[in-house]
Design a protein around this ligand. Sequence first.
Ligand code: FES
Length: 183
Amino acid sequence: MVFKKIFSVNSVFSVAKLEIKMLSKQAIEKIDYELTKYPADKRQAAVMSALRIVQTEHGWLSKDSISDVASYLRIPEIAALEVATFYNMYDLVPVGQYKISICTNISCMLRDSDSIVNHLQTKLGIGFNEVTADGRFCLKEGECMGACGGAPLMIVNNHTMHEFLTPESVDAILEDLSQKALK
Ligand code: FES
C-alpha cells in the first residue's frame, strides 16, 4: 500500500510542500527508526538505510523512489542519487524476484567460480544483468563479499549467502527458489 503524505519541510535549502508517493507507511516507519540513530540535524546519515528499505519493498529503486527518499530526508535529490548509483547492491532497474549475485573475484575464481557461472547461465538461459522471461531470476556478477573462506559463493537478494557452491548445490538452490516463487 502506498502511503501518501504531504507535509511542510524546513531545510537549509527551502521551505517546501512535499508529496511523498513512493514510500509506504511501513517504509516510513522503518526510515523513522533509522533516523533515531542519528542527531536530528544529520538526517542524511540515514540515506543508505532508507534506500535499502525502499529497495527491499519494491525490489529495485526507481528514480521516483530515490527522489522521495531524498525529500523525506530533506537532502538534495542528487545526494541520494549519488549514493544509489555508487554502491552496486542498489538496483536501478527491475531485477526480477530473485537477484543472484555470484562472486567472480580472485578467491572465488581460484575455487572455480567460472564453472558455477557457466552452470547458472546455462540453467537459467540468461547472461549477467539479464532477467529470465518469467521475471523470476536475474544474474549479476558480484565483487568480493568478504567471505572468501566459503568460495565459490553467491548471494540471493543481497541477504542470503550460499557458500561452497557446486553445480548440484546450485540446482538445489534454484529448485528451492522456484518453489517459493510459486507460492
Ligand atoms: S573473492 Fe569471492 S568472497 Fe571474496
